[in-house]
Design a protein around this ligand. Sequence first.
Ligand SMILES: [Zn+2]
Length: 386
Amino acid sequence: MRLLLLTLLLSFSLNAHFRTFFESSEHTMSGDNVMLILGKAQNAGKALPLHMPNGLVLTFGDLVAMPDFYGVVGKPISQGKSFKDRQIRFFNAFKSLAFKKKSKAEAEKIMAVIHNQRDRVLDALKKGKSLKEIKVEIGEAQNVKWNCLTGGACSGTFWWLSPGRYLNLAKEDYDHFGQDAFLAYQAGHHVSMHVAAEAGKKGDYKMLELAYALDGFACHFLTDRFSAGHIRTPRATLANKVTPSVFGSLLAGYMHTEENTYGVHVHNERGDSWMAYGDRFYLDKRNQKNRDMMAKALQNSADEIYETFEAREMIASTKNIAVLFPEADEMAPHISKDISPMFWWSKKYQTLMRRKDLNDVWKGHWTNDWWGWSTLAMLRNIKGDL
Ligand SMILES: [Zn+2]
């Protein structure tokens, strides 16, 4: 039993790492395509340097990648009881990156790793390598690095037993999934607009930079919302309903990988329909339309910051952003074109359903008679470590 627990913990730590190693560069790439206006025409452009109060200089894209590394452990934004509370949690998460003195050097090291990944991916693509090859090449070399850079163990076989902030945040990463991702983004975007309005009143371009930085940080949750594995996976429900909670998190990891790989048919309120793939498929040809929709949402978000700055007061809601957000065409049990979700919450029976056949993603039969630990053991057998 002890050994089983140990292996499960190990796979969790691997999952936590694997979740991000390729995506961080994906987040950065998507964010750096956003055009920012910093007040004067000659200051408009992509990937402009934004100055943080602690001296850190990041681009909008860099900021989009940061919430995987910065946040307040134990205080996920989406779990705040009210809109106000969520805004406070968001601001505290941002402050841990942009105001805390110690974070400057640490974040610079993290960014160097992410930039290196991005450059290697782009370089390899230029040389005509397939995305699959590149993924293998990058491998899991950063496995211990993220843990080490965020205050955890830096070496040793059981390095994950001494988790850094990165691992601790991953254990409760509800803000990165489904409706919770929307709540986290909404709170963050609202805070950013407030700062932009203040900046407008004072004609303060430094403060406008801060508003953009806040919005970049908020847009992490927006970009996650476009990733297939983050759309249908009942992340928080799995953690809440499965005992112990960490098993639920691991199960969410397995479902997340499945959905990312097979993709999900989605639509939005504006009437667009497309196919979304997930983490590590950002640059995949099949993900083109999803990438375009995400880019549009990101640009709208940043544009709203500038519009608020110009208006010198809070302007109307995030409406033209939310209408772009993908919703799954199919939710269990009515499945015909997508894979059968591994888990889903049945409102009718108020219970968490699991696909009966964990091996066959196309079989649409579910059961409510299942255990977390045995499901995990089966998944590890069928699919290996996360
Ligand atoms: Zn994320």
